[in-house]
Design a protein around this ligand. Structure first.
Ligand SMILES: *Cc1c(COP(=O)(O)O)cnc(C)c1O
Length: 479
């Protein structure tokens, strides 16, 4: 008996040490922070790895492929170069932009331990939190890059549209930093519902106009046709483009949909990849909400790149509102990016440029189309898409706020919804999958929507096939 004691203790010690190492490896901190010098120094351009490139933008009048020169009246030169670049895999982030990134990046990758516990799921849930800056969203990642290139070109200012207001705020911050004039056309219903959002933008020096407005030709035309309209993103885009092209020294900038925006947002995915690598975590499922596709595209790009190069496999899910279902019910076709039909045509999943989501839709992600790059990738089955109803989105938002503490933006809550659904599925199948989702922003300016939810007056609206057909009937004819 006594003989056996010695080896036994050694055995126990060995077991203890091994367990300790395993536990230490297993113990992932609540927040995985990267160091400042781990901010990526280059953006990743997923188009370089795509065999089927996104279709070219077309001139809306002639339906011919647009060349850089054709776009110079609307966009900044360097941004056009990025927009049309299908071959350069890595693009340097300018020093000045990197310096600005340091004010709020790297953003944390958070392990949602408390949400996991509340769900009783064996899944491991992570979220990349982009709401830690005043604009409250990931949009600042591209706003600062776009403002930088406008400044470098010697422009006086930029014009843009904003829906919920995050993009307008981000651009106002970026323009204040570089001393650029900033004119924002804000979708009228948001302008009225979110007066404080407007004040943030004005504090950063932007001029904010409700759209449609009487200050542009296209705005006046839309108002004549639809005097009671509460506006749409597509309509505000038309006004902002007109304001840029009719004034010397101004260009138009856009916070989503475009290739260049997805390129800038790749900083999200690259940081996520670096943080996961630190703890040797392989993400099984990557989830992002999709309005115009920039955050999802940015988060997923490096992972999609690995898939395109045959190095790894992931399940990637785009989540959109059931009331504005571009991926799940839209057509893959050339369409206008704006209601006024003055912008270039892009080949994308679209509900038609005249589609305006139901007025009771409060959850954001209202754009009728989708990023051309993401559309091509979706067409090639590199990821799947799911549409969710807004009451279930706010249920998920409430649960997330109560467990993880952050009040999420309604847009982000689409991703939370599907992350929770997938984690619950893991509970059924007893699988400890790694789920990563993009928490794109905070919801402090979305309290009218939260109020509807809390009062029980929020409803769901799913457009009928006939309603969607009316949008498809107006798609431009392009062969
Ligand atoms: C703008 C925005 C979105 C949607 O835009 P994408 O281009 O699809 O990323 C999502 N979440 C927040 C918080 C936003 O501000």
């Amino acid at each position: 008996m006594i003989h056996g004691v010695q080896p036994n203790t050694t055995g126990l010690r060995f077991l203890f040490d091994t367990l300790f190492i395993l536990l230490m490896k297993e113990k992932i901190p609540y927040k995985i922070y990267l160091q400042e010098d781990e901010i990526p120094r280059q953006w990743y351009n997923v188009r370089a790895d795509m065999k089927n490139k996104p279709a070219p933008l077309l001139n809306p009048a002639t339906k011919q492929a647009l060349k850089a020169e054709d776009l110079e009246a609307i966009f900044c030169k360097e941004l056009i170069k990025q927009e049309l670049d299908d071959t350069t895999r890595w693009i340097d982030i300018p020093e000045e932009v990197l310096d600005f990134y340091k004010m709020y990046r790297p953003s944390p990758l958070v392990r949602a331990y408390f949400l996991e516990k509340a769900l009783g799921t064996p899944a491991h849930i992570y979220y990349k939190f982009e709401g830690g800056n005043t604009s409250g969203s990931h949009k600042l990642n591209s706003a600062i890059a776009q403002a930088y290139y406008a400044k470098k070109q010697g422009l006086k200012g930029v014009t843009t549209e904003t829906g919920a207001g995050q993009w307008g705020t981000a651009l106002s911050m970026a323009c204040a930093y570089f001393g650029l004039d900033c004119k924002v056309f804000m979708v009228k219903c948001s302008y009225e519902q979110k007066p404080f959002r407007r004040e943030v933008m004005r504090t950063y020096g932007a001029q904010v106009t409700p759209s449609p407005s009487t200050s542009t030709k296209i705005g006046r035309k839309i108002l004549e046709e639809f005097p009671d309209t509460t506006g749409s993103l597509g309509c505000a885009i038309s006004e902002a483009v007109e304001a840029a092209t009719s004034q010397e020294g101004y260009r138009y900038v856009l916070g989503s949909v475009l290739n260049q925006v997805m390129l800038h947002q790749s900083v999200i995915g690259l940081e996520t990849q670096a943080a996961l690598k630190k703890y040797d975590v392989h993400p099984d499922i990557i989830i992002g909400c999709a309005g115009g596709g920039s955050n999802l595209g940015g988060l997923a790009a490096p992972f999609i790149g690995e898939m395109l190069r045959g190095e790894a496999d992931y399940r990637i899910i785009a989540v959109e509102p059931a009331s504005c279902p571009s991926f799940t019910r839209g057509k893959f076709a050339y369409d206008f990016c704006d209601t006024g039909r003055i912008c270039p045509l892009a080949k994308m999943y679209t509900l038609g440029s005249q589609f305006i989501p139901s007025a009771n839709h409060a959850g954001g992600l209202r754009f009728h189309g989708m990023s051309g790059t993401l559309s091509q990738l979706y067409h090639d089955a590199l990821f799947e898409a799911r549409a969710v109803e807004q009451t279930s989105v706010f249920e998920a938002a409430e649960m997330f706020a109560r467990t993880e503490g952050i009040l999420p933006a309604p847009e982000s809550s689409h991703a939370i919804r599907v992350a929770i659904d997938e984690a619950l599925r893991c509970k059924e199948t007893a699988e400890a999958k790694n789920i990563v989702f993009g928490l794109t922003g905070t919801g402090y300016f979305d309290l009218a929507a939260y109020q509807q939810y809390n009062d029980g007056t929020m409803s769901d609206y799913i457009p009928t096939d006939e309603e969607l057909q009316a949008g498809f009937d107006q798609l431009p004819k392009v062969e």
